[in-house]
Design a protein around this ligand. Sequence first.
Ligand code: ZN
Length: 330
Amino acid sequence: MITRRSLPGAVPRRGPEPASGSSKGERRAPARSRHATRSTDPGPRTHPRRPTTGEGRFDFHLHLSQYWPEPLVNRYDLDLELSVHSLLREMDANGIADGLLLQLQTAPDVEATLAEADRMYRESGGRLWHTSTVDPTRGVEEVARAVGLWEQNPSLRAIKLYPGYRRFYPHDVRLEPVYRFAAEHRIPVLFHQGDTLDPLGMIKYARPIELDEVAVEHRNVRFVLCHLGNPWVEEAAEVVYKNENVYTDTSGLVWSPRMPHFDRQVQRATRRMENAFAAMGTVDRVLYGSDWPLESLSLATGMIEALDFSAAEKAQILGGNARRLLARRP
Ligand SMILES: [Zn+2]
């Protein structure tokens, strides 16, 4: 069977792999597709808009890190520069005011995630917001230490966890202190969901159904089921529909623009989103996210704009819901 990982230039579509993981990325540069070219230069279809921090579009799923795996291939365009400047330029071109910079489980420790979050927040003029992560398989002491550090950090806006990559379930008891912290400080907890870029990951840990238990046990914590659970999109829609404290983001639904049949992937992703949101019966808990640098911001926002939903609903997805979710406690 042909998989994306065996195709020339195939770049798995999202998420970092552990530094120790084996590399499946093809290093040979394939021909750039029409999409990659168009994404680099937004062209006349997009209208640069001066973003205003505090309102406007918000990207819930961005990555930029010195710990990003395989940086030479893990980007939608092989010429894309991975820097704060490059990311902000693309945000400006797509009217995105701010975004959540999701720290990686490949960072050596919690301190490293907080240091990087601080640096990028400053470099971006406050537009790339702070997050952190912890790996519970490193033990309960590590989790306690992480929570202690987060308690000292009032800038923290969200926690991202990586089941699948690190082989733990969301309902792992070692995570209880994380959920208590999240409830107390009204900090959302994001879960990587679905396919892992690392072939050594185990996707049974990253199925949306595994989130249901913590959503029920921790009704006062807001959870984000990332990537719409791809490929388990219907399962994700059910978990979001059933649990009012579960949100989802729209990142990572297409693979690399260097993959064959990319146009069809984009069409399929759009239909899948429409069907999932119809099943949920609401878009109030849908968050636009790109998974940049794996997806261009023009592609990611363009897919939302193409949805068969009202302008008001699309505005909610593109920023309103995120700002409501991330609002600090008064
Ligand atoms: Zn991601």
